[in-house]
Design a protein around this ligand. Structure first.
Ligand code: FUB
Length: 333
């Protein structure tokens, strides 16, 4: 027993060293519990993984979103996180009045474009706006002085939220967005602040509900999105994350299955990124102490691809796992 314990202590020390020096340290979820965060959008700049997130401020037991600003978190190892606080606020858009919902930052020509869902003061409900800054942490200012997409944009979604922007290898940028089962897409001009051509309705994203996330890997385009069909959730109030692939950024898409199951919050919102040679799913749950459907928390977990390019379903972890888990006496399990 004594001998085993010494071995375990040595193993624990080795693990501690590994954790301290490794860029692949296991995540402990949620990644931040001092504030409630949601709708993560990951972006790698150099050796830093940034997560742009909504900020849930609903009171305990609240039954509506209270979201006034967007915060930035960052990490250099996907395990230890710095909270940079609010870097963009509803008030930064003079034409908007509430609802700092899902957003995403896309870099282009040394600038950082922060596409947001926000409730405009004009007719209709939610709009998509865009702010721009010269560094990943800003400062950011409204790039247009008005919505990029609104309910009056011809062909727009039933709910114009959840923008995701993708710039292809040829330099063409695309905006995808939508909710209420209405996926939409449009080309963006090189200035990143104007639509270039009509709003399109991509086909093949089976069971699309909202929260699209677009990326490309090994020549394949991937579109992940929240779905709330009975094939993946216990109730339509909840959502899973399904995904589709295509050989063209505007589809048609081929549905491939579920990449993230139902989470503890009713909403589900994916972000998929490669960082330090590993792929990650960044999402949100209601798992933080005092959490709930309107008091959500960002989580991160490893994502694995099969040899044929399909994605395995993400295993949701809540704390350090596997060989890193120690007993209360310090013995490795
Ligand atoms: O956070 C507000 C809304 O809830 C987002 O825009 C949706 O994606 C859902 O997560």
């Amino acid at each position: 027993m004594r001998r085993r314990r010494r071995t375990a202590v040595a193993a624990a020390a080795a693990v501690a060293l590994t954790l301290a020096g490794s860029a692949q340290a296991p995540a402990e979820n949620p990644i931040i519990t001092s504030i409630f965060t949601a709708d993560p959008a990951a972006l790698v700049v150099g050796n830093t993984l940034y997560v742009y997130a909504g900020h849930d401020e609903a009171p305990p037991g609240g039954s509506n979103f209270v979201m006034r600003d967007w915060v930035v978190l960052s990490s250099t190892d996907a395990s230890n996180w710095t909270n940079h606080g609010p870097r963009l606020r509803v008030g930064d858009f003079r034409w908007a009045g509430a609802d700092a919902w899902a957003a995403e930052v896309e870099p282009r020509n040394g600038r950082y474009y922060w596409y947001v869902s926000v409730n405009g003061n004009g007719p209709g409900w939610m709009d998509i706006g865009v702010a721009v800054g010269d560094s990943p942490l800003g400062p950011f200012t409204d790039a247009r002085g008005g919505p990029l997409v609104s309910d009056s944009t011809p062909g727009s979604s039933g709910l114009n939220i959840d923008p995701t922007v993708f710039v292809d290898d040829d330099g063409q940028a695309y905006l995808y967005w939508g909710s209420y089962w209405g996926l939409r897409a449009a080309r963006l001009r090189p200035n990143m602040t104007e639509l270039d051509g009509p709003v399109l309705s991509p086909q093949g994203a089976t069971h699309f509900w909202e929260a699209p996330w677009m990326f490309k890997r090994a020549g394949i385009y991937y579109l992940a999105y929240a779905a709330n069909d009975s094939g993946c959730v216990t109730s339509s109030s909840y959502a899973c994350v399904r995904y589709a692939t295509a050989s063209n950024p505007l589809g048609p898409w081929t549905h491939r299955g579920v990449v993230l199951g139902q989470v503890s919050s009713t909403t589900n919102h994916p972000s998929i990124v490669e960082f330090n040679g590993q792929w990650y799913m960044v999402y949100h749950t209601a798992d933080a102490p005092g959490g709930g459907n309107f008091r959500r928390s960002v989580a991160i977990d490893r994502l694995y691809f099969n040899a044929d390019g399909t994605m395995r379903q993400v295993v949701q972890t809540k704390a350090a796992t596997g060989p890193f888990l120690l007993t209360s006496t310090g013995e490795a399990r």
